[in-house]
Design a binder for this molecule. Structure first.
Ligand SMILES: [Zn+2]
Length: 258
């Protein structure tokens, strides 16, 4: 049986049988792996603590038939600051779910791994975690190929003209439609206002996580951006992100944290 080592971040874990866990391990080198951690549901297991979401670990794995098998693991980072703050946990879990939802197994994505891990480090020290996460998620969409089209109309391909009528975001079209096409469109839409366009273009121009950690989205725009992300993800993957539902439940927008 072949064995190998990998550094990765646990995105999610499920119970597997009576005593084991199935972990979704997003590795730097190999992309997302499904990994069984035998005995890890028993508190006495050495794998119990390291086989939880939001832990970065150096894993020693055996190639299994259905899943990879976690043989040994050393926790490299557990993000204790994030884990003591319900708001930060919610944002972090949202990013983890987003990456899990938008990636395929065993498809190497080291850029995306770096983005996710650097964002988690920045999140713990961020003064405006909502802006950081809104910027980061936009770049996750870009790196995974799920970026909505926002510069041209998704129906007639015309470039959106700043002087023309108000365009609309149409999730099921995968982006924005111009005011002319919106006239006859019967699907769900959101007004794609000028401030919303500007902030998304500005986010797109931010090159690295260090750039977006100092970026601020105006509070008035945050609920609109969340709504756009939510409807986009629902249209792309046919269901709501579970963590998004939780974020809504906490009503971050109402208390100025969204
Ligand atoms: Zn059009």
């Amino acid at each position: 049986m072949a064995s190998f080592s990998a550094r990765g971040l646990i995105l999610k874990r499920y119970p597997l049988g009576e005593k084991d866990k199935l972990c979704i391990l997003f590795t730097h080198t190999y992309g997302k792996l499904r990994v069984s951690a035998r005995g890890a549901r028993q508190s006495s297991s050495k794998l119990a603590g390291v086989s939880e979401p939001m832990v970065i670990l150096d894993a020693h794995l055996h190639q299994g038939t259905t899943f990879q098998v976690l043989v040994q693991a050393e926790a490299i980072e557990t993000f204790p600051v994030i884990k003591t703050d319900i708001v930060l946990i919610s944002y972090a879990m949202f990013l983890l779910e987003l990456v899990d939802r938008l990636t395929e197994d065993e498809d190497p994505a080291s850029d995306l791994y770096e983005l996710l891990v650097r964002t988690l480090y920045l999140l713990g020290a961020s003064r405006d975690p909502a802006s950081l996460v809104l910027a980061a998620q936009w770049h996750v969409l870009h790196l995974t190929g799920y970026m909505p089209r926002i510069r041209e109309c998704c129906m007639c391909d015309s470039r959106l003209d700043a002087t023309a009528g108000l365009p609309f975001y149409a999730a099921h079209r995968g982006g924005v439609i111009c005011h002319r096409c919106a006239d006859g469109y019967r699907g769900e839409t959101l007004a794609f206002t000028r401030p919303l366009q500007s902030v998304l273009h500005a986010i797109g121009d931010l090159m690295t996580p260090a750039d977006w950690s100092s970026f601020t989205v105006a509070d008035a725009l945050k609920p609109m951006l969340w709504q756009l992300v939510r409807s986009h993800m629902k249209a792309m993957t046919d269901r709501d992100l579970k963590t998004m539902v939780f974020l809504d439940a906490l009503r971050f927008d109402a208390i100025g944290k969204a």
